[in-house]
Design a protein around this ligand. Structure first.
Ligand SMILES: [Zn+2]
Length: 271
C-alpha cells in the first residue's frame, strides 16, 4: 500500500512538473492538476480522505459549473443525530410514509439525515423548476469527513452553497435559522433575505442568523468565491417542530419560498 501511494505521489509530481513546463497554457496546467488530484482521491478514497493538492488553489482558477449547490446534511446514523419515537411521544401514525423509521435495541427512531434529505431534495427540485443551475450533493456514501464534503462542493465553484440540516437541542427549542461565515456581509444579507422569505410559514418561527466562527468544518473549506450558507430548518428534538419538519406542508412552503427568493438573489448579485 505504501509503495502504491508513493507511486501515485510520483505521478502527481510528474504531472505538476509537466504542467509547469507548459505554463504558457494556463488551462492545460489546471486541468492536469485537477485530473491528478481527482485520480488520487478516487483511488484512495476509502483509505485516505484527503487530497494531495489544496483544492482551493485549484478552484481559484476554476469556472463556475453551477449557481447553487444544495447539500443534504449528515451522513450516518450517529447517536444524538436521531430521536426515538418513545422519547418524544410520537406514534407510528404520526410519521409520513416518506420518512424512514429505523430500529435498534432501544426501539424505533427517526434520524436527522432522512429529514435533511426530504427538505434538501424539495429545495433542489423547486430551484431546478425555476431554471436555477443547481447541483444536489449527498456525500453519505462518498465521505464521512465534513471538510471533504465541503471540498466536493468546491468542484462546482457555485455562487451559493446551501447545506441543509435540522437541529437538536431539547424539547422546547424552537426556530429555523441560516448560518453564514464570519466577516462576510454579502453572505449575511443573502441569509437574511432567504430567512425572511420563509418567515410566514405559520409553523416554525424565524430565529436570528448565526455566525460560523470556524467551528463548522464544511463551511470553513468553501471557496472564497462561493457564499456558504447552512440552514437549520427547525428542531427535531421538539415534538411539535419535528411534526412540521416531516410534513409536506412545511417542507413545500420553505422550498417554494426559498427558491423564489433565490432567483431574485442570483439576479441581484450575479447578473
Ligand atoms: Zn446536522
Amino acid at each position: 500500500m505504501l509503495t502504491l501511494c508513493i507511486n501515485k505521489f510520483k505521478n502527481v509530481l510528474m504531472i505538476l512538473l509537466i504542467g509547469m513546463l507548459l505554463m504558457g497554457n494556463g488551462n492545460t496546467m489546471i486541468d492536469n492538476i485537477r485530473e491528478a488530484n481527482n485520480h488520487l482521491s478516487d483511488s484512495i478514497r476509502n483509505t485516505v480522505v484527503q487530497s494531495v493538492l489544496n483544492e482551493e488553489d485549484i478552484q481559484t482558477f476554476a469556472a463556475r459549473k453551477a449557481q447553487v449547490v444544495i447539500r443534504c446534511g449528515e451522513y450516518q446514523n450517529k447517536p444524538g443525530k436521531r430521536v426515538y419515537l418513545n422519547d418524544i411521544g410520537l406514534n407510528f401514525k404520526d410519521i409520513p410514509t416518506d420518512i424512514k423509521i429505523h430500529y435498534d435495541n432501544e426501539g424505533a427512531y427517526i434520524q436527522e439525515y432522512d429529514l435533511n434529505k426530504k427538505i434538501s431534495m424539495r429545495i433542489y427540485e423547486e430551484m431546478q423548476e425555476r431554471g436555477i443551475k443547481v447541483v444536489y450533493q449527498d456525500t453519505k456514501d462518498r465521505t464521512q469527513d465534513l471538510n471533504r464534503a465541503g471540498r466536493i462542493a468546491n468542484e462546482q465553484n457555485a455562487n451559493i452553497y446551501l447545506s441543509v440540516h435540522t437541529n437538536y437541542y431539547n424539547a422546547s427549542s424552537k426556530g429555523f435559522f441560516i448560518m453564514t461565515n464570519e466577516g462576510n456581509q454579502t453572505a449575511r444579507n443573502i441569509a437574511d433575505r432567504l430567512s425572511i422569505s420563509m418567515e410566514n410559514n405559520g409553523m416554525i418561527p424565524k430565529r436570528n442568523a448565526l455566525l460560523n466562527s470556524g467551528r463548522i468544518g464544511e463551511m470553513n473549506v468553501i471557496n472564497d468565491s462561493t457564499i456558504a450558507l447552512l440552514l437549520e430548518a427547525g428542531f427535531y428534538s421538539n415534538p411539535n417542530e419535528l411534526k412540521h419538519l416531516m410534513s409536506d406542508e412545511y417542507v413545500n412552503y420553505i422550498a417554494e419560498h426559498m427558491a423564489n427568493e433565490m432567483v431574485e438573489v442570483l439576479n441581484d448579485y450575479w447578473k
